[in-house]
Every structure is written in structure tokens, then in C-alpha cells.
Design a protein around this ligand. Sequence first.
Ligand code: COI
Length: 355
Amino acid sequence: LGSQAAPSAQPSYSDVDEVEYADMDWDDLGFSLKPAGYMYATKCTQGGAFEKGEICPYGDLRINPAAGVLNYGQGIYEGTKAQRREDGRVLLFRPDQNAMRMRIGAERMCMPSPSVDQFVDAVKQTAQANKPWVPPPGKGSLYIRPLLMGSGPILGLGAAPEYTFVVYASPVGNYFKEGSAPLNLYVEEEFHRAARGGGGGVKSITNYAPVLKPLIRAKTRGFSDVLYLDSVEKKYIEEVSSCNIFVAKGDVIFTPAAKGTILEGITRKSIIEIARLSNYKVEERSVAAEELFDADEVFCSGTAVGVASVGSITYKDRRIEYKIAANSICRELNRTLVGIQKGFIEDKLGWTVEI
Ligand code: COI
């Protein structure tokens, strides 16, 4: 794979009994790439099985200019996080769910994919190798990015002859520059994220570049992110560029149903399960943008974003503002989710994996 250029912030291993940290500014993480030292890589041919992968120093990949991923967008990725508990131990959150989602996405994109066990093992190995880059408690998490791509060359439109699966990682803090302040969303009416029958329901790399134009435009106007509408009736909310969306009214929580045009987020799924266990009624259904006007709360969910309150939504030139109460549903669900992820709350659901 031709990796090179290991990152500069190497850890010191002087005291193996203590928790070791890479030499970085843990107070200034944000969501920018600060590569952790090591990555995992393996390959396979179309129709074959993935070779036993290995951990190598983080660095560039050498890739054929005719690679399927570069020319025809044959690529999917995942996102998961490793969290540092107060006692220094490190937890992964539901990596098997990412593995299964990658398999479904790979099938849609005509790619071979690692088995669930191979995927989980790759994520564990990556987290283990990069333990010094898992931030101290309260400072952030290690974002782990499994990436599957058609790396073999192909000229006519078709599936690539060879595939590469890499897993790299970066310590991260808050996704949005607003930090944990409520988000201001803009409902996009000109551009759509996904069409029925397309690839919007899988984590294909091809879902992301097309949202850059409306996203950059909205950010220039001071919004945090863009909320997309369905492309048929232009009436129902779907998802945000970087995350899923939830709406709450009274003790009912509703979120757009996953019917192939929205991504079935693992945080979304976990929030639905936690909300139901907390006796909220959760509806997965079509949610009209008009319903935003009389909602009590709106919040977003995603691996990178976490669970984030929405403070305002601008739709058809009207700005809807939401009060963020100290006892909001968003905060309550987030407390439970983060509690499980960071080991403050007993994990009765078996979601965490210690590495
Ligand atoms: C994630 O939440 O893991 C994502 O892939 C979203 C991405 C825009 C950072």
C-alpha cells in the first residue's frame, strides 16, 4: 500500500504501567485531521476474500490513477469512536453495527466487504495501536474511519478488480465550530441529498461531495448545517449533511423513516432504543417540514456530531427558534448515551467493547 510519512506526534512509552498519551494539545481538538500514528490495511480481489490485514504507520496510499474509487466513486466509509473512561480504559461503541452497515453498503456498491468479524477486529487493532491518541476523559474521543474502496484500475464503467480496506483514526473534539452550542439549520429547497432508488441510504462517498455546495453556501450565511427535503414532494425533512434529525413534541419523538434516502445512523438507532427504554413514544415516519413550526425540540444525531440540540431552523425565510431547557429530551437521551459510551453508566445493552 506504500504507506509513508508517520505523523510527528509520537507517544512516549517511558512508563508502560501508566496511561500513555501522544504529545498533542488535547484542549484544541475540534474536528480536524490530526492523524493517529497507525492505520490498518488489507486488500482483496473482486470475488476473493480480504487478506489478513496489518497495522502500519499512518501515511499516504499509493493508488492507480484508473482506480474505480477515483473515477467512478466506488467507495464507502464508516465512522466510529473510541472513548477513554475515567479509569483510563478504552471503549468502542457498537462496532458490529458499523460492520453490518458496511456490508449492506458494499453490496449496493458492488464491492466485496470484510466479514463482521474481520471488520470488528480491524477496528479493535486500530484502536489498540492508537491508544495513546485516545484523548483524556472529557477532552474528546478517537474518531475511527474504516474506508473501503475500489483500488484496482478500470476504464469502462464497471466494478474494480481489486479493493482496499483501510482503517485510520484521529483524535477529535466537537464536530461543529459552535462547540456544544445549539445548531442553526437551514432548510435547503434547491438541492437534494438523495433520490429514491439512489445511494442515499448507504454511507457511499458519493453522497458527500454533492452536498458541499449547499453546505458551504449555508455556512457562509452563518448556519451550522443544512437540512434536506425529500426530492419528490420537497415537503418532508430527510437528514442534515452530517447527521440525522429528531423532532420532539410532548413525549413523542419522531424522526424520518429510513426508506433508502436517509442514512440509518448508529447513533440514530441507539437514541431510538434509549428513548423507547425511557418510555418515550418514538415514531419513524415521514416528517413534514411544516411540523417543525410547532415542535418543542429538534436535535441531531451522528457519530461525529454526537447528539446536538438545534436552536433555530430557517425554512422559507422564516426562522423558527427553539428554547433549550435544562431538562430537554435531547439532554436526557444524550446523558444516557454518552454515559454508556464513556462507562459512567452500566452498559446493560452490551453495546461497548473494551480494547
Ligand atoms: C460520521 O458521523 O461518522 C460521519 O461520517 C459524518 C461525516 C460528515 C463526518
